[in-house]
Ligand binder design. Structure first.
Ligand SMILES: Nc1ncnc2c1ncn2[C@@H]1O[C@H](COP(=O)(O)OP(=O)(O)OP(=O)(O)O)[C@@H](O)[C@H]1O
Ligand SMILES: [Mg+2]
Length: 250
């Protein structure tokens, strides 16, 4: 069982999009995947799966571990999702200290943990319960500076850093290049996810890009990241027909 926290430092760089779609990519490969929303004050992982109105949430489970079974929702394809609560009351009095108990009670090939932005109590709680960390950043200096801080903290607490995912590549001109990011962070960029309009479209439709548009630019790279995570050398390289089909669907 691998427990991986998805961390960035800076907010809004694509942690939730990547966590949700990486879970789909791993599930497509036949792995048993649990994904949980440790972004406890601004949880929105559930929205990506359409489980945002879940009756039992991670917030309830943190208060009462016996609720764990009832708070796991199965997405078509088999992904097990533990969403957070959208209730302001739940968010205000949440205590992340039981997160380790929750994770210890999960049994799957992969547990992916979507983390909060920043490096405060919530993000640290997510970091403390994992074995491995996936760092997400955008190709700009503020995101990379925050990613560096996240890496330093992860190193300090002895977590294995799998690598860096550069997201929203190609969004702007004059962005940082892979080599620049690698030289600042001293870890390899293991995936470059391009800017892709279909990301926003699928988020708004509460669908997963990797299922709805598996040959879209971003979905291909997220699936290739999944191959990399499992140690496979296989990479998807779509035919012209696949690309065209994806484009027509848009
Ligand atoms: N590769 C991409 N192409 C286009 N849009 C993207 C891409 N990745 C993420 N986005 C968009 O960026 C926005 C932020 O993504 P997301 O919510 O996953 O970030 P986050 O790091 O989880 O944010 P927070 O720190 O607030 O939790 C969303 O609107 C999402 O649709
Ligand atoms: Mg998020």
């Amino acid at each position: 069982m691998r427990v991986i926290s998805v961390l960035s430092g800076k907010g809004g760089v694509g942690k939730t999009v990547i966590t949700a779609n990486l879970s789909a990519a791993l599930a497509k490969l036949g792995y048993d995947v649990v994904v949980l929303d440790a972004n406890l004050t601004t949880p929105n992982l559930g929205i990506h799966f359409g489980f945002h109105l879940a009756e039992i949430t991670l917030h309830d489970i943190l208060k009462d571990i016996d609720k764990l079974k009832g708070g796991i929702y199965i997405y078509p394809g088999g992904i097990k999702v533990i969403p957070g609560s959208l209730s302001v009351e739940d968010i205000l009095d949440v205590d992340p200290s039981n997160l380790s108990k929750v994770v210890a009670n999960l049994n799957s090939d992969f547990t992916l943990i979507d983390s909060a932005a920043g490096l405060g109590r919530e993000a640290i709680a997510s970091l403390s319960v994992c074995d491995e960390v996936l760092i997400i950043t955008n190709p700009d200096l503020p995101s990379v500076a925050d990613a560096l801080r996240a890496i330093k903290i992860a190193e300090k607490v002895g977590k294995k850093i799998i690598g860096v995912v550069l997201n929203r590549v190609g969004r702007t001109r004059n962005e940082l290049k892979k080599v620049d990011v690698e030289s600042v962070l001293s870890y390899p960029v293991i995936a470059q996810i391009p800017e892709d309009k279909l990301v926003q479209k699928t988020v708004n439709e509460r669908k997963l890009l990797v299922y709805s548009y598996p040959y879209s630019k971003a979905a291909i790279e997220i699936q290739n990241l999944a191959f990399r995570l499992i140690g496979s050398k296989y990479r998807i390289s779509p035919s012209l027909f696949d690309r065209l089909f994806s484009w027509i669907k848009l």
